[in-house]
Design a protein around this ligand. Sequence first.
Ligand code: NAI
Length: 466
Amino acid sequence: MADKFQAVVIGGGPGGYVCAIRLAQLGFKTACIESRGSLGGTCLNIGCIPSKSLLNLSESFHKAKNFSKIGIEVGEIKLNLQKMMENKDKAVSVLTKGVEFLFKKNKVTYFKGIGKLKSNKEINIIGLDNSQTTIESDNIIISTGSEPVSIPGVEIDEKIIVSSTGALSLKTVPKKMVVVGGGYIGLEMGSVWSRLGSEVHVVEFLDHITPGMDKEISSEFMKILKKQGLKFHLNTKVEKIVKNNNGVRIDTIDKTGKKEELDSDVVLIAVGRKAFTKHLNLEKLGIELDEKKRINVNKKFQTNIENIYAIGDVIQGPMLAHKAEEEGIAVAELIAGQSGHVNYNVIPGVIYTTPEVAAIGDTEEQLIEKNLKYKVGKFPFMANSRAKAIDEPEGFVKILADSTTDKVLGVHLIGPHAGELIAEMAIAMEFGASSEDIARTCHAHPTFSEAVKEAALSVDKRQIHS
Ligand code: NAI
């Protein structure tokens, strides 16, 4: 007799494991199937967490090299890359084990293996030990995430031609690294290896980096990264990548037709990700996909088969761990008959470079496209006492508010701790705050958050410190 569950989640990433825990909290007999052998998905194992660990460790190395400038005399600063990688691996293993503990605490059954849909209520599991099991469930939630896309004709070997996975585990610091794609992954991993000593070249197809970001922030971001030593080749497409005895050769062509050959030790392909639905058997069940091969769902996250749901990177929307988590909670509550909901207008995005970049809501370009009238408030960290005190004065805060109602429509930040500051803006926007609400809220002194308050004051041109 097959084991019977009320809910089974396929995929144990941030969307899936959060969903499974919430379902169990709501009283469902729940299981989660994960093929990786450890929980937490791309984010915890080969994405957000190891990259944030390396960003922090490489930043410490970079800062240590400049200690003498701030009056700290130390001996020769040397990099021990192996130890740094061990530290990163420790962060990953502690956190993945933590999720396993949460499953036990919440009585979620954890199957290690590949889940394959057999019918709308049955799932075959091919265990990591090659065992075969079939389980049954009233509700099935697909949360199988995404995988990197490559460039046609280019095979990723994770040694010389790497995706983010390989870029997180290089054994030596490449003398030169070419990054294809000036998006989140390219700029975070490019920053890591640049700080550790690589000459980093970013090849970007468009005329700007980080597509979709407010243009003013994006151009300030590129200026700062250039000062840090990253080199940019905009309006440039990669035509061919060939491995050779010295590493790899990247043939590029720019918008004017000018061709260039870039030699490199390592090339990182960071040109986006695509939904991962490989083993699910979706065609057999007739589950509908969209034109980008993502699973089609309605507002309740139901596929065209009503008891099969999908969340996270396999459906449309930004490929972000926290978006998947919100969907995981919402779908669990909807299955329980509650009114789970995700506010897609208020999903922050953060790039964890130094300085950090963070955004929420509409960009100025989107407001223009929507034909909305808006006011802009801006404040530079150069005029923020805390940022000056710690010598991190780069960047600014930009608040976009409705011209008539003053409601905050978008906030864009580049500067110290931007990724934390954006949480205040998320709360403000969830509560439908006006820029005046933020401007009249007391912010502690001296903090970076005062720059947010001053930007809000600046919407009505009454900022004090600039
Ligand atoms: P991305 O979509 O952020 O950026 C890809 C870039 O590659 C774009 O700028 C695009 O114009 C460029 N591009 C595409 N084809 C190209 C070509 N042939 N030659 C040159 N440039 C080309 O994708 P990325 O960086 O791979 O990240 C994938 C996903 O992972 C994103 O959706 C992102 O949201 C998520 N992510 C989020 C992070 C965070 O929240 N901090 C960190 C890392 C990834």
